[in-house]
Structure formats: structure tokens, C-alpha cells
Design a protein around this ligand. Structure first.
Ligand code: NAP
Ligand code: MG
Length: 486
């Protein structure tokens, strides 16, 4: 069991405030291990007053952070990356305990923070403006930091999604306040401590574990916060965008998904079927990129399903701390109830019962387990076909030809990712251009690389993270004309 964390270590500025801070704390939160249902630790949640104090501090230290030379800012971020790397195993174990992620995934997630920090550590020295030819003078553009940037992180990928916000934001010269999800705050709190250990000045990067309705809401309404970088549900994202309009506050929104996995008859069907399980079971299906709508060309439907069933039954679901486990528990009992409402409890919630094709296994007893579940879609109106379930449930549907596949893939409010399986190069190009989604992979299921842009079309979001262009989301372009006639 990790030691109890108050979570506000990086908020504190002086000892004399301790009593007052305690007084202002609204409530506490029990962090629960999803695999055992045991309480891991109890956190004091940050309230509005502490949030305001952290934002004030971020404003105060902003000019000094911005004045750090580009080389030194890059060096500090590389040092931060080194310190995170030294703590990879500790962070990974913390994520296994807090979130039920498999140890293999959790190590990748900590490593992703290291990679993202290193990638953007090169940015301060490469925040190039342009020199534009004009008459009568010199015209140059500058990439100016926004000021205080807020990052709101969901519970599904606590470390990577935090890093995708804070690393480019800090590199561009902003100060950052970050709210982890109430369910999964432990790794973010630790990252805040490691930042200080690496030498980032106090107040430049502050972790504020608290409720979305309190801390998250305050990020949106506080006039000194210039940007909200949000990942989570489409409904909350829409609310943030509405409220951000009052101050014309910048937003980046990474929202839900209902991505298609399209298998053409000319594909390597064996490989497509063998890889399909982990394309929606990774992180127990709690992944906005999960390929939860499988479209299979009718000619190979039976062959695909036969191999897919064998692959689903072979998935190892169990103790996330075990090196060989492929899928752990759901993050919370509430999330498992949501998943059940699409399957076992569909009729009780006023929907048609789905057709279960086959299922994998899951442990019994303590822990929020749910077995890999494959549904046969009746049609594109099925609730399980249309709505993001955010659990280990997939729906399968046959299609006739390329046009039918594209129409069915695009018949969704979302547009985050997707996969296309074909050996025909022309078809791969045509279909990848036609599918309305931000991140596609052909003959694989990869979505995320720190060096390439990530984000959604349609209701899956606004803006792009990662890659070379993410810095645009954390800077304003300033144009300056110098008159040379004088
Ligand atoms: P959520 O409510 O959108 O939460 C995401 C983050 O926003 C959390 O840090 C949350 O804080 C915060 N938040 C909640 N209400 C807020 C508000 N009014 N203002 C500012 N911040 C606010 O998502 P969820 O409830 O955890 O999950 C619900 C569904 O969202 C899932 O079932 C899934 O479909 C989708 N989801 C998508 C992603 C994704 O990666 N695109 C990630 C997570 C969830 P608290 O944790 O304290 O509430
Ligand atoms: Mg919520």
C-alpha cells in the first residue's frame, strides 16, 4: 500500500496557511483499488479557494518561467523526463493499484510521459516564428505563451493524457494547473512532486486533486486561466466549451469515440481477427480509441468470426499486477454498471436485449471485473452500436462493398480513430481518405505516437495534441512590423 498522500503538497506555499487550508477543504475521497475493492488511501480534495490560490501563484511565477532561456527551459524538461524515468516502476505500480491497469500498460504509460517530455524539451529552442517579406520594413512573427493553462484529465489514462497537456504547455512557456480525475489522482500527484524534484520552480506546474464540478469548473470560470485542455466525455466537453465562450477562453477537447475496424475480404483475415480483441479490450475497453464497431465484408464474415472467437477466449483477464495479464478490471463499480446497462441490464433500462455472440472470461469475487463481450449488431440503430460504452464490449456487423463500409463507418456522431484491413493499396488510400476520423491505421491498430498528431473529427473533439503542431494550441501568434524607413 502506498503511503497516504494529501495531494496538496505542491499547492502549499507556507506553513502558516496549513490550518486555514484544512479548514477550506471541502471533502475527502477514498482511492480504491479496482482489482480488490480495498481503500488504497484517502485524499483531501482541493476546493475553490485552493484552486484560486494555485492559479494566483501560476500567474505570479509566469513571467519568471517565461524568462527562463530557451536552452535552460529545455534542459529542465529533460531533467524532469530523467526523474520520471528513474521512477517508472514506482509510477507504474501506483497506476496498477489506483486504476487497475495491467503492469505492462502502466510501464508504457509512464514511459510515454518520459517520451513526451523529451520530445517537447526540444521545443523551447525551436519555437520558430517567421520573417515575412513586406514593403518598408521587417516583419516577424513570435509564438507567445498564453499564460496560465489548465489541464483536466480523465481516469482512463491518467499519466499519458496529463503529459500530452503539461509537456507542450510548459515547453511553450506557460504555467500549468492540472486536475486529475477524482478516481485516479495518485500518479498525477507524484508527477507534480517529481517536477519539483527535477528543479521546476514552485507554482509552475501544480496538481489540484479535486472534483470536476469544483476544481474543473473553476478552471473554466477563472479569468486568469487562458486555456482549458480537456479530455473526457462529450457532454462535459460541450459544457466546458459553452462556458469558455464567456471569456473567449481557448479550448482543446479530446472527447469520446465509437471507432470502426473495417475488415475487407482481401485482407489478411487471420491477422485482422487475431488482433481485433486487443483493439477494444486494451485498458478494459476504457479507451477513447477503442475499435468498438467491427465491420466485416460479408464474404469473410464467418471465417473472421470463427478466428475472432478463438482469440477472444484466449485473452487473459485477471490480476493487473501479473506480467502475463492482458486485461484488468474496470476502473469503478459505476463504470461496470454503465457497461452492464448495455448488455445484461439493457431491458431493465428500457432497451432491446443485445445478441451476445460469445464472451471471454473474467475472475469472480472482489474486483470490478467484466468479461470481454462480443455482440452481433441488429442494425445501426442499436444502442450498443451507437453509444460509447467504455468497457470491454464490441459489436460486429457485416457489410457488402466499399461504399457500404464507408457509409456504415461514418454513420456515427464520433470521429476519433479507426482501422482498415485490406491488401489493396488503392482501397487503403480511398477508404482512409473517406473515413471521417482523426487517427486511422491500415493493417494495424495503432493510434497514438507522441510525434504524430492526435485528435478527433465531429463529436470526438476540437484541436490536436502531440506531434509538431500541438505547440500551436499553447501559443498565440504575434506579428510585429519594424519600420526601416525612419
Ligand atoms: P467526465 O465526467 O467527462 O470526466 C473527465 C474529467 O473532467 C474528470 O477530471 C472530471 O472530474 C472532469 N469534470 C467533470 N465534470 C466537470 C465540469 N463540469 N467541469 C470541468 N471538469 C469536469 O468523464 P467521466 O465521468 O469520467 O466518464 C464518463 C464517460 O466519458 C465515459 O464513460 C466515457 O464514455 C467518456 N470518457 C471519455 C474519455 C476519453 O478519453 N475521451 C475519457 C474518460 C471518459 P471528476 O473525475 O472529478 O468528475
Ligand atoms: Mg463525470
Amino acid at each position: 500500500m502506498p503511503p497516504s498522500r494529501t495531494g496538496n503538497a505542491s499547492v502549499a506555499s507556507s506553513g502558516s496557511e496549513t490550518h486555514e487550508r484544512k479548514h477550506l477543504m471541502s471533502t475527502t475521497h477514498d482511492v480504491i483499488n479496482p482489482a480488490t475493492e480495498e481503500v488504497v488511501t484517502t485524499l483531501d480534495l482541493v476546493g475553490v479557494e485552493e484552486t484560486d490560490a494555485a492559479i494566483a501563484k501560476a500567474v505570479e511565477v509566469g513571467p519568471a518561467w517565461r524568462a527562463v532561456s530557451p536552452a535552460d527551459r529545455g534542459m529542465l524538461l529533460r531533467r524532469f523526463a530523467d526523474v520520471v524515468e528513474e521512477h517508472t516502476e514506482e509510477l507504474a505500480r501506483l497506476e496498477v493499484t489506483n486504476s487497475g491497469h495491467t503492469i505492462g500498460n502502466a510501464r508504457w504509460e509512464a514511459g510515454n510521459v518520459v517520451n513526451v517530455l523529451r520530445y517537447y524539451s526540444a521545443a523551447p529552442e525551436r519555437l520558430f516564428g517567421r520573417q515575412i517579406p513586406v514593403a518598408g520594413g521587417l516583419d516577424v512573427t513570435f509564438k507567445e505563451p498564453l499564460g496560465v493553462v489548465s489541464v483536466i484529465v480523465p481516469w482512463n489514462f491518467p499519466m499519458p493524457i496529463a503529459g500530452w497537456g503539461f509537456a507542450p504547455a510548459l515547453a511553450a512557456g506557460n504555467t500549468v494547473v492540472l486536475k486529475p480525475a477524482e478516481l485516479t489522482p495518485l500518479t498525477a500527484i507524484r508527477l507534480g512532486e517529481l517536477a519539483l524534484q527535477a528543479g521546476l520552480p514552485e507554482g509552475v506546474f501544480t496538481i489540484l486533486p479535486g472534483k470536476g464540478s469544483v476544481v474543473g469548473e473553476r478552471f473554466v470560470t477563472h479569468p486568469d486561466v487562458r486555456k482549458v485542455c480537456f479530455t473526457g466525455s462529450t457532454a462535459v466537453g460541450q459544457g466546458i466549451m459553452r462556458k469558455a465562450a464567456d471569456q473567449l477562453k481557448r479550448v482543446t477537447l479530446e472527447l469520446g469515440g465509437k471507432s470502426a475496424n473495417i475488415v475487407f475480404a482481401d485482407a489478411d483475415v487471420e491477422k485482422a481477427a487475431a488482433s481485433a480483441p486487443m483493439s477494444f479490450l486494451d485498458n478494459a475497453g476504457q479507451d477513447c480509441c477503442a475499435r468498438t464497431r467491427i465491420l466485416v465484408q460479408r464474404k469473410v464474415y464467418d471465417a473472421f468470426m470463427e478466428r475472432f472467437e478463438a482469440a477472444i477466449r484466449a485473452v487473459r483477464v485477471g490480476d493487473p499486477g501479473d506480467e502475463s495479464t492482458e486485461m484488468g478490471p474496470m476502473v469503478s463499480s459505476g463504470q461496470r454498471d454503465t457497461v452492464r446497462s448495455f448488455v445484461e441490464d439493457a431491458e431493465a433500462t428500457g432497451h432491446a436485449a443485445p445478441d451476445i455472440a460469445f464472451r471471454g472470461s473474467a475472475p469472480e469475487g472482489k474486483g470490478w471485473w467484466y468479461p470481454p463481450t462480443v455482440l452481433m449488431a441488429h442494425g445501426t440503430d442499436d444502442r450498443a452500436w451507437r453509444e460509447e460504452i467504455f468497457g470491454p464490449v464490441v459489436s460486429v456487423m457485416p457489410f457488402d462493398d466499399e461504399a457500404d463500409a464507408i457509409a456504415k463507418a461514418n454513420d456515427t456522431a464520433y470521429g476519433l480513430s479507426g482501422s482498415i484491413w485490406t491488401r489493396d493499396v488503392g482501397r487503403a488510400i480511398r477508404v482512409s481518405r473517406a473515413v471521417e476520423a482523426g487517427n486511422l491505421s491500415v493493417n494495424s491498430h495503432s493510434s497514438v505516437r507522441y510525434s504524430t498528431p492526435f485528435g478527433g473529427f465531429k463529436a470526438s473533439g476540437i484541436g490536436r495534441e502531440l506531434g509538431p503542431d500541438a505547440l500551436d494550441a499553447f501559443t498565440e501568434t504575434k506579428n510585429v512590423f519594424f519600420d526601416t524607413q525612419a
